[in-house]
Design a protein around this ligand. Structure first.
Ligand code: 5GP
Ligand code: MN
Length: 340
């Protein structure tokens, strides 16, 4: 981001504008926390703001202030298109390339608005204003830094603070990943000083499980975990029939992949799930092995070095077979595990 870009955006935001905020398909805590954190800030400044998600997101994120005003492109395509084409500024949060917003992408592409990217994923596209920091733990942290660039962090109230807190908390696995820095904790301390209640936010996000969700997790661990010790890799998979059996709700499988990664000696984990006609894959790693690269090279995906995702085919068996077939080519995997 150049000084010119920043000045241009400052100029634009100096008086009320029509603004759209969007985020990646299958929004997670950081996607919604950064979008609604920014939304609550911008409406406070008198702008006319609409958050548009490509599709729906888990109910444990519905508590955030402003959630009632979010619209989903897949549910209300005409309204979403009209508002987007009328927007003067479009904020794209927590994704690096328009393909991450699926069928909403052509609309955003077509829009004449000034387009802003605030994101922490690898290999970002260029926007009219690009604030990309791949070392940042979350986009929510970058929203704080963005407000700081405007000299306006004092405008953060409890609602904004709790949205940003939720984004940082969820994208850092509750503040435990290596992406968390002293600065992250300083920002979080500031958010708490502005009224964010950490116990409440944790409870709303994490202690809100349905019985079915826990039973599905138990089933994954008991019946569906496969350990490939030679490659320091563990896999969990679910078919669409299995999802039905446990009355799957959006978000129910979030975090399952981390159990596979928590096994002693395992440094790469993959979770495969048949959803909406495709096999969606979540990859996680520890150390130097880049699952971002793996996802980009073989699964039409991407993400971060230690957390990435992609998609492959329509049946989990095919996707798992593909994954297993490339493991022997990844010498670095064997290398990592020899060193462990
Ligand atoms: P998750 O496994 O939790 O869905 O995603 C892990 C990370 O990878 C997130 O940062 C997410 O944005 C990114 N990611 C997940 N799926 C995809 C995908 O299909 N394409 C790309 N480029 N990134 C993905
Ligand atoms: Mn994120």
């Amino acid at each position: 981001m150049s000084v010119e870009e920043l000045n241009k955006l400052k100029e634009l935001l100096a008086d009320p504008k029509k603004i759209v905020i969007t985020t990646h398909r299958g929004p997670d805590g950081d996607a919604m926390g950064s979008s609604l954190g920014l939304y609550n800030y911008l409406i406070q400044k008198g702008h006319q703001v609409q958050v548009i998600t490509p599709n729906d997101y888990p109910s444990f994120l519905h508590w955030m202030k402003g959630n009632n005003h979010v619209i989903q492109f897949t549910k209300e395509p005409e309204a979403a298109e009209r508002i987007t084409l009328e927007a003067e500024i479009i904020f794209c949060l927590d994704f690096n390339t328009l393909s991450r917003i699926d069928t909403f992408a052509p609309v955003v592409e077509q829009a004449k608005a000034f387009k802003v990217l605030i994101d922490h994923h690898q290999q970002p596209d260029e926007f009219d204003f690009t604030l990309s920091d791949t070392s940042a733990c979350s986009t929510a942290q970058l929203i704080y830094e963005f407000l700081d660039m405007f000299g306006d962090v004092e405008a953060i109230n409890q609602d904004i603070a709790e949205c940003l807190y939720a984004g940082i908390m969820t994208d850092t696995g509750n503040f435990r990943f290596s992406s968390v820095t002293a600065k992250t904790h300083e920002i979080v301390a500031f958010l708490i000083s502005k009224g964010a209640q950490q116990d409440k936010v944790y409870d709303l996000v994490h202690d809100n499980n349905s019985v079915n969700r826990l039973k599905l997790l138990g089933y994954c661990l008991n019946e569906k975990l496969e350990v490939l010790s030679e490659y320091g890799t563990a896999i969990i998979s679910l078919t669409s029939d299995e999802l039905k059996r446990f009355q799957y709700q959006k978000g129910d499988t979030e975090g399952v992949v981390n159990y596979a990664l928590s096994i002693e000696g395992i440094s790469v984990a993959a979770f495969f799930v048949e959803r909406e006609g495709v096999v969606k894959i979540s990859f996680r790693s520890k150390g130097d092995f880049s699952v971002n690269q793996l996802a980009r090279d073989h699964f039409n995906g991407g993400g971060h070095i230690n957390a990435a995702g992609g998609a492959y085919g329509t049946k989990v068996e095919e996707a798992i077979e593909k994954f297993k077939s490339i493991l022997p080519d990844n010498q670095s995997l064997l290398l990592i595990n020899k060193n462990n």
